[in-house]
Ligand binder design. Structure first.
Ligand SMILES: Cc1ncc(COP(=O)(O)O)c(C=O)c1O
Length: 430
């Protein structure tokens, strides 16, 4: 049967849908203009990302990897395309884009197979797959931002790839060339680019996941695995008080991580066991859990964020600190970026150091504790105004500071992510 012109047109639209967007601008705010003009420290040419806050890599180069050049694309048919949700109703991970990326790994077939982009679909998985029984799996959390110039940017995706391979190495899952996955994800985002919200209040959350699919009950490295990437337009990660701050609950009886464990890896088995404590915190009127460790009640993380404190040190200087990467802490991309940016500002001392609850209480009593905040991709920066600890509520004066450090950091990160400031931390998707 001859192909009609209308069919050809539909086919062309179908294959080139990503080029058909209308140009809409994100709202720009004066705040960013000020930042751009005043903050010479964050200009691209001045910033050389440091490795000072890095973790050593125990695995070598991958023996084999899938390649972007082998990527196969099967676009969704028009009837499979989902309507875009209302920006006010996004939530976090409620809606998914039209396509996904999949890469199979089968050791008997030589390892990684060709990557493929397909219409979004359910997975078919054997009930004995190791991921379902022994949590042999890992995931990442990244975002694509639609900038003020309508360009879409990723924020330091190389660090997510590195963290993904560290978790894969620990879990007996196959490692891969991170650059190849970044290129495949860029293509996926290009195809679903109209799902990247035209707003600075929301973003496209990207969830690369690697699961062991071998269907045998032995607790050992799986011979087969599936790497997949799904994407979801998202808005705020969690609710806050009316002033935008959170109240956190610290229960010394529960731990998130322990020495020699996997608290420093983004594996699902770190998250399931936090639900009970998080629910209890919510019942007591708190937003998040502050995870403590050890008899001296060291602060490790807050919810799914790294924790920061700003205080006046023994020399009378302002100091920004966060716990060191001692195995209990997830090496956050936001954490590292904050440490690098704040070190370059050279306006206050920046340190990785152990923080204990005793220290928080003493500094607070002495009026030397200025701010506490959580930092992570999902919530960006989350100021902390109260800690519930051992029957007491400790009020933290984060929101009472006239020029809070957390706000400057938040504004700078958002300015970089949404393209108000050109910066080497971002990768533009063309
Ligand atoms: C436990 C935990 N800590 C910290 C973070 C922040 O990491 P990032 O800044 O890379 O999002 C996350 C989020 O991934 C997390 O799950």
């Amino acid at each position: 049967m001859p192909i009609r012109r209308s069919q050809l047109l539909v086919k062309w639209i179908f294959e080139n849908q990503h080029k058909l967007q209308t140009v809409r601008r994100c709202s720009s705010s004066l705040r960013y203009k000020e930042l751009e003009e005043n903050s010479a420290a964050v200009q691209a040419e001045d910033v050389a990302p440091s490795t000072q806050f890095d973790e050593p890599c125990p695995h070598g180069e991958p023996e084999n990897s899938f390649k972007y050049e082998d990527l196969q694309v099967k676009l969704a048919a028009p009837y499979q395309l989902q309507p875009k949700p209302d920006a006010r109703d996004l939530g976090f991970g409620k809606y998914f884009t039209d396509h996904m990326l999949k890469v199979n790994y089968h050791a008997p077939l030589g390892g990684w197979q060709k990557p493929e982009i397909t219409p979004f679909e359910n997975l078919s998985i054997h009930p004995a797959a190791k991921a379902l029984h022994y949590a042999i799996q890992l995931f990442e959390g990244m975002k694509a931002y639609r900038g003020v110039d309508d360009k879409i940017r990723l924020f330091r995706p190389d660090l997510n790839m590195k963290r993904m391979n560290l978790a894969a190495h620990r879990s007996g899952l196959p490692i891969f060339d991170g650059e190849e996955l970044i290129n495949c994800m860029k293509r996926l985002i290009q195809i679903d680019q109209e799902w990247v919200p035209h707003s600075e209040a929301s973003t496209l959350y990207i969830r690369p996941t690697l699961i062991g699919t071998e269907a045998t009950f032995g607790v050992m490295a799986p011979e087969s695995a599936l790497l997949f990437v799904v994407m979801s337009p998202v808005s705020a990660y969690f609710k806050t008080s009316s002033d935008g701050a959170v109240s956190i609950f610290a229960d010394p009886k529960v731990v998130r991580a322990f020495p020699g464990g996997v608290g420093n890896r983004k594996v699902g088995s770190n998250y399931g066991p936090t639900i009970e404590a998080t629910t209890r915190a919510a019942q007591l009127g708190h937003h998040q859990v502050l995870w403590l460790f050890g008899p001296d009640h060291q602060l490790t993380e807050v919810g799914a964020m790294n924790i920061f404190m700003v205080y006046i040190n023994e020399h009378g200087d302002k100091q920004l600190c966060t716990p060191p990467l001692n195995g209990l802490i997830l090496p956050g991309v936001t954490r590292r970026s904050i440490l690098e940016l704040a070190s370059q500002w050279e306006e206050f001392t920046v340190k990785e150091e152990i923080i204990t609850m005793d220290q928080v209480i003493t500094l607070n009593k002495q009026g030397r504790l200025l701010e506490m905040f959580g930092a992570g991709t999902a919530a960006v920066i989350s100021p902390i105004s109260r800690i519930g600890f051992l029957e007491n509520n400790i009020n933290i004066p984060t929101m009472q500071q006239s020029q809070p450090v957390f706000q400057r950091i938040k504004d700078t990160l958002l300015a970089i992510q949404y393209g108000h400031i050109e910066h080497p931390f971002t990768v533009v998707i063309s």
